[in-house]
Design a protein around this ligand. Structure first.
Ligand code: 13P
Length: 251
């Protein structure tokens, strides 16, 4: 399954967000999208207008960028998976390295969120990836697998079937320094092998994220174990996002 997710992060006012979505929606016709599943993840404030805007275009699904693991309660500032489901949001990005770094999210917390998302029929897009020092020290493969193993611990085979994995090396996020196609392929194949060994299936989609843009996407999407992309900066430009959808479709 080919999947392209645009993570807008904390960008766009509500007005700018809807205008960007309008451009994306106009460009991404059924023909352009083909067999690619396209997802946009705008800021939380824009989720409901985005869902409503996309009633006109069933080719594009909507994801949140985070959620709490409880259904409701005294958790000021948080959004629950139940609220997302009731707002007709389809998926949620969990464990992004920015959440881990700036908001101190741990592997165990990410695991709770993954379970909560699945309980509410949201597709969890589970992010993992090593920091530069882990890449340099050579522990990056096992360190990234440990993140993923914990995030997916105790999932049933049915739950696992709905999970999307995103490999995002922290050193490549927003830096302009993209992982080489070989580096991406090495990690994706490693994670797939470990998933198979541990959970009995390696069939989960594994997306690459980190400075992926039209100028470098062809070689990355051509890798056999890369099933798509989790795109930050380039997803804020409708034309670039369109090009990425086309490149993934043709890969
Ligand atoms: P960039 O594409 O801006 O490097 O961001 C990647 C990312 O973090 C997507 O979640």
């Amino acid at each position: 399954m080919k999947i392209l997710v645009g993570n807008w992060k904390m960008n766009t006012t509500p007005e700018e967000g809807i205008s960007l979505l309008e451009k994306i929606s106009n460009l991404l016709t059924n023909e352009v999208v083909g067999d690619v599943r396209v997802v946009v993840a705008p800021p939380s404030l824009h989720l409901i207008p985005s869902v409503e805007k996309l009633w006109e275009n069933p080719e594009i699904a909507v994801a949140a960028q985070n959620c709490h693991h409880k259904d409701s309660g005294a958790f000021t500032g948080e959004i629950s998976p139940e609220m997302l489901l009731n707002s007709e949001v389809d998926a949620v990005i969990l464990g992004h390295s920015e959440r881990r770094e700036y908001f101190k999210e741990t592997d165990d917390l990410v695991a709770l969120k993954v379970k909560a998302a699945l309980k509410h029929h949201l597709i969890p897009i589970v992010c993992v990836g090593e920091k530069l020092e882990q890449r340099k020290s050579g522990t990056f493969l096992n360190d990234t697998w440990t993140q993923l193993k914990i995030a997916l611990s105790d999932l049933s085979p049915e739950g696992l079937a709905d999970v999307v994995v995103a490999y995002e090396p922290v050193w490549a996020i927003g830096t302009g320094e993209v992982a080489s196609p070989d580096q991406a392929q090495e990690m994706h194949a490693f994670l797939r092998g470990k998933l198979k060994e541990t959970f009995g299936t390696g069939e989960l989609p594994i997306l690459y994220g980190g400075s992926c843009k039209p100028s470098n996407a062809d070689d990355i999407f051509a890798q056999p174990d890369v099933d798509g992309g989790l795109i930050g900066g380039a997803s804020l430009n409708a034309d670039d996002f369109l090009l990425l959808v086309e490149k993934l479709r043709k890969s």
